[in-house]
Write a protein that binds this ligand. Structure first.
Ligand code: PBG
Ligand code: ZN
Length: 327
């Protein structure tokens, strides 16, 4: 008790504070999302996500090059196809935008960890993550075949890790089985294991052109007010189905879920610091209301303290730059 005990002894100067640092952020922990769009000579900034762009294939390599030169070791690709249809056929087309992007980047960057988002919503005319029945119901089981086909086509193009974000039941098992049957047993599945029907995805839907044309995603993604037991059950099912990594998404409103997942599972836990979380920081920073660098680094430390092994974030390049400056 005070006065014998004085916590301020741990904070006396910057060297003592450095000695007492527990949470260390490293560029190796970061996964950088990139949006790839069909067409030529495109580099479109996303209005609600300053400094994040949609790249056509001819501009993609220089974007990847920049990330790699900053020490980023992993990127995840999201695709914007030229044509959408009811069954999302561009998602699993051998010459789809993602398949082309992966082949191109794989050729140039043999060491880069290439992840792909596996979902149908960017490719379907209705914007849902699965097939839709005549009555407007999102069909679970018939969607699984298409997701598996998509994952295999990404693996064939050279992806290291496929990341299903559709949130259909049974997708991890369907994808794992299809990968193994097609000779891709070394390709890992990073499942969006705990994914909420969140308002924080707003800017992403602008970036990926994937807003649902009717209804919402509440019949398949989790209710934000559902509790920790449902979250753990979702993650457990994915582990049993063969997931190698578990994503919790969004991150900041669900730090308790990250912490509990860390405690409950042996798989690496990935926090997805989503588009709306990025947009809020950027908006405040551009207004001069917060110190962007300090706020972002503090947020990332928080995600690590909660138990994230890796962080998917649109801030990745800035973080890598800041960490380099501090060396
Ligand atoms: C597609 C997908 C979404 C995100 C990642 N993959 C949007 C959604 O489910 O509606 C969100 C990412 C972000 O907001 O940064 N299923
Ligand atoms: Zn989707």
């Amino acid at each position: 008790m005070f006065p014998q005990s004085r916590m301020r002894r741990l904070r006396r100067n910057s060297s003592i504070r450095a000695l007492n640092t527990e949470i260390r952020l490293h560029t190796d922990d970061l996964i950088y999302p990139l949006f790839v769009i069909e067409g030529e000579n495109i580099k479109n900034e996303i209005p609600s996500m300053p400094n994040i762009y949609q790249y056509s294939l001819d501009n993609l390599l220089s974007a990847v090059e920049e990330a790699v030169s900053l020490g980023i070791k992993a990127v995840i690709f999201f695709g914007l196809p030229a044509h959408k249809d009811e069954i999302g056929s561009q998602a699993y087309d051998e010459n789809g935008i993602i398949q082309q992007a992966v082949r191109l980047v794989r050729q140039q960057f043999s060491e880069l960890v290439i992840l792909t988002d596996v979902c149908l919503c960017e490719y379907t005319s209705h914007g849902h993550c699965g097939l839709v029945s005549g009555e407007g119901k999102i069909l679970n089981d018939s969607t699984l075949t298409l997701l598996a086909k998509t994952a295999v086509s990404h693996a064939k193009a050279g992806a290291d890790i496929v990341a299903p974000s559709d949130f259909m039941d049974g997708r991890v098992a369907a994808i794992r089985t299809a990968l193994d049957e097609n000779g891709y047993s070394d390709v890992a599945v990073m499942s969006y294991a705990v994914k909420y029907a969140s308002a924080y995805y707003g800017p992403f839907r602008e970036a990926a052109g994937s807003a649902p044309q009717f209804g919402d995603r509440k019949t398949y993604q989790m209710d934000p007010a559902s509790g920790i037991r449902q979250a753990m059950k979702e993650a457990e099912l994915d582990v049993l189905e063969g997931a190698d990594y578990l994503i919790v998404k969004p991150a900041l409103a669900y730090l308790d879920v990250i912490a509990k997942a860390r405690e409950s599972f042996q798989e690496p836990i990935v926090a997805y610091n989503v588009s709306g979380e990025y947009a809020m920081v950027k908006a405040a920073a551009l207004n001069g209301w917060i110190d962007e660098k300090k706020v972002v680094l503090e947020t990332m430390i928080g995600l690590k303290r909660a138990g994230s092994d890796m962080i998917m974030t649109y801030h990745a390049l800035d973080i890598a730059r800041w960490l380099k400056e501090e060396q």
